[in-house]
Design a protein around this ligand. Structure first.
Ligand SMILES: C[S@@+](CC[C@H](N)C(=O)[O-])C[C@H]1O[C@@H](n2cnc3c(N)ncnc32)[C@H](O)[C@@H]1O
Length: 315
């Protein structure tokens, strides 16, 4: 399913958004999600609109290129017509396949990796062991720059109690454990004995094994067994995507004010942007992303780090 985006530079993005939704609402299906977000669905496809500080952002998608051109044309024509006091220009990107979207150019990815605190010997060795022992599954491991981000966030919130959902071979756990305050503990959970055995060895080598509690079993049970009090300082969610909404809910209610929940893979390799993908995990992440953006218990931001990382801080 092809997608295309445009940024329409204007000082009045919210006004145009509402005008478009209201006008096209007479002929097509439109939705106004809040003052700054909405969608227009015509027979050929859909355009999502969001008003931001730099203008009106458009994301059009359709079943084929012909349909995409029709969606682009309807939206652009109306916007240009509404702008009686300024000349708007709607410059669409070339059509891309939503599911194959590279968030960052590989050159940028490499540059980021080589410009953060480097991995030490234990982390380098763990990455190599994971590749040898798990083959293609090793792609599940967080990249090193994301690991550095986790250590830094853990340190910044002064965490004494951290929770992780999705241990795998322990790279992200090690990064979180290294950021804990004096006496702090990390509870991490996974269903795999095999993968977490590799993790235990690495934690021993790094000298952090004594501050990590590993629980092997379904994460939802581990989370539900936690006390209801808001004791969690930071949590990292990186496991089965269908269950992210449940993990988020169980964690947010236990976050202390100022505590942080970090969610990995919120772009699903670009599939989250493309409505053609309708499997349970696509729907779960898409709905959760929308939900978090409007969740009044937290302030949140989505970062284009690797496959998309959401930070949600409990108010
Ligand atoms: C993406 S990997 C985690 C990667 C890890 N954070 C790292 O950086 O190495 C996802 C992990 O979630 C685990 N997992 C899948 N379903 C689970 C469940 N229901 N409960 C707990 N863990 C689960 C998998 O066994 C896998 O190890």
């Amino acid at each position: 399913m092809p997608i295309s985006t445009a940024l329409v530079t204007t000082d009045r993005p919210a006004r145009y958004l509402k005008q478009l939704i209201s006008h096209l609402g007479h002929k097509t299906t439109t939705r106004l999600l809040d003052d700054t977000r909405g969608t227009v669905t015509v027979t050929a496809g859909t355009c999502a609109l969001s008003a931001g500080p730099d203008g009106l952002r458009l994301l059009a998608d359709a079943a084929d290129l012909e349909g995409l051109a029709r969606v682009q044309d309807v939206v652009a024509r109306h916007l240009v017509r509404f702008a009686t006091q300024e000349e708007l220009s709607v410059d669409w990107t070339e059509p891309m396949a939503g599911g194959d979207l590279d968030i960052l150019d590989p050159v940028v990815d490499d540059y980021l990796l080589s410009h953060c605190t480097p991995a030490d010997e234990v982390l380098r060795q763990l990455a190599a062991t994971t590749r040898e022992a798990t083959g293609s599954a090793s792609g599940m491991q967080v990249s090193h720059d994301e690991g550095v981000l986790l250590t830094m966030l853990t340190r910044l919130v002064g965490a004494t109690f951290a929770v992780e959902v999705g241990t795998f071979t322990g790279y992200s756990s090690l990064c979180v454990a290294r950021g804990l305050a004096e006496g702090g503990r990390l509870l991490t959970c996974d269903v795999s004995e095999e993968w977490t055995a590799i993790a235990r060895t690495a934690w021993e080598q790094a000298g952090v094994a004594d501050r990590i509690d590993l629980k092997v079993g379904a994460a939802v049970e581990t989370l539900r067994a936690l006390p209801e009090e808001p004791l969690i300082d930071i949590a990292f969610i990186d496991a089965d995507k269908d269950s992210y909404p449940v993990y988020y809910e169980e964690i947010v209610r236990r976050l202390r004010p100022g505590g942080l929940v970090v969610l990995d893979n919120v772009f699903l390799g670009g599939r989250v942007f493309d409505p053609a993908y309708q499997e349970a995990h696509h729907l779960a992440i898409r709905e959760l992303n929308d939900f978090i953006a409007g969740d009044e218990r937290v302030e949140s931001v989505m970062l284009p780090v690797r496959d998309g990382v959401t930070l949600a801080r409990r108010r």
